[in-house]
Design a protein around this ligand. Structure first.
Ligand code: CP
Ligand code: NVA
Length: 308
């Protein structure tokens, strides 16, 4: 079963194939209205369930549009409106949904929900973000980097801020795609220890740097994310802001990275907090290409899951 649960647990060649196919599919429909079908209809006759236990704009819309462009049908479900949110087990939900749909995408809190869904579903399951990782995002980010700069292997990626779920998938990506990764943030918000140990054991070039100026030195790509994620307590907001203020990506920091460095952010962004508007809307930013590429990358992910 081709579940797409995480980057580090997906075969390297499969990941490369997904990125390459995403690029080809994007080119093949360049300039078409968004609602026009692709020439190929690999998802014709397929039904896809999109389950959201957290808010979403990009993931929700890009999966929905992507399925339709490939000829499939979707249903978008909110966890709260399902019996899942009212005591039905994940295992039973997975077994029931598998009788109706061909593919399940889920955005949830604890990653154990995702893994249990995958264990009991008899159709492929895709991780649409958990508290711990966001693999679809990083597939889009790699596609975006390579469109602008060529192969990402051997290039330098610097993460600025919280060692969160999106960082974790960047770390997994470093192992599988061979780029060098610098985590630059305060010690209190260091990345997941197990993931760091695992990545290092797999030979990944990942380092921790506390000084933002040293962190961006030689970077080909600078990445930021929100300082307060959906799984973080709102009560931690002020404390997190105080810890992270020094890591804001602004014009001076991008200048230190060099004029060829790209800037990415998975969005939604908090302008003038983790990044200034001048950087978001400036010449080094590729944030909207990144958002668009969620669509193309996930279309290729779904094809791989379904083997179509
Ligand atoms: N980047 C991302 O996953 O955005 P949404 O939360 O809007 O889906
Ligand atoms: N780290 C953020 C990413 C949102 C797409 C969060 O989990 O809220």
């Amino acid at each position: 079963m081709n579940h797409f649960l995480d980057i580090h647990t997906t075969d390297k060649d499969a990941l490369r194939g997904i990125i390459d196919q995403a690029g080809q599919m994007k080119q093949a429909r360049a300039g078409r209205p968004k609602g026009m079908m692709d020439d190929e209809q690999p998802l014709a006759g397929h039904m896809v369930a999109l389950i959201f236990e957290k808010p979403s704009t990009r993931t929700r819309v890009s999966f929905d549009v992507g399925v339709r462009q490939m000829g499939g049908e979707t249903m978008v479900l909110s966890g709260n409106d399902m019996q899942l949110g009212h005591g039905e087990t994940i295992a039973d939900t997975a077994r029931v949904l598998s009788r109706y749909v061909d593919l399940i995408m889920i955005r949830t809190f604890d990653e154990s929900v995702l893994h249990e869904m995958a264990e009991y579903a008899s159709v492929p399951v895709i991780n649409g973000l958990t508290d711990r990782s966001h693999p679809c995002q990083i597939m889009a980010d790699i596609l975006t980097f390579e469109e602008h700069r060529g192969p990402i292997a051997g290039r330098n990626v610097t993460w600025m801020g919280d060692g969160n779920n999106v960082f974790a998938s960047f770390l997994h990506g470093a192992t599988q795609f061979g780029y060098n990764l610098t985590f630059c943030g305060p010690q209190q918000l260091d990345p997941d220890r197990d993931y760091m140990d695992e990545a290092r054991a797999a030979g990944t070039n990942v380092r921790i740097e506390r000084d933002p100026w040293k962190g961006v030195d030689g970077a080909d790509l600078v990445v930021a994310d929100t300082w307060v994620s959906m799984h973080d307590a709102q009560s931690s907001r002020e404390r997190r802001h105080n810890m992270l203020r020094a890591y804001q990506v602004n014009d001076a920091l991008m200048a230190a990275a060099g004029k060829d460095a790209l800037f990415m952010h998975c969005l939604p962004a908090h302008r003038e907090e983790e990044v200034t508007s001048s950087v978001m809307d400036g010449p080094q930013s590729v944030i909207f290409d990144e958002a668009e590429n969620r669509l193309h990358a996930q279309k290729a992910v779904m094809r791989w899951c379904l083997g179509v």
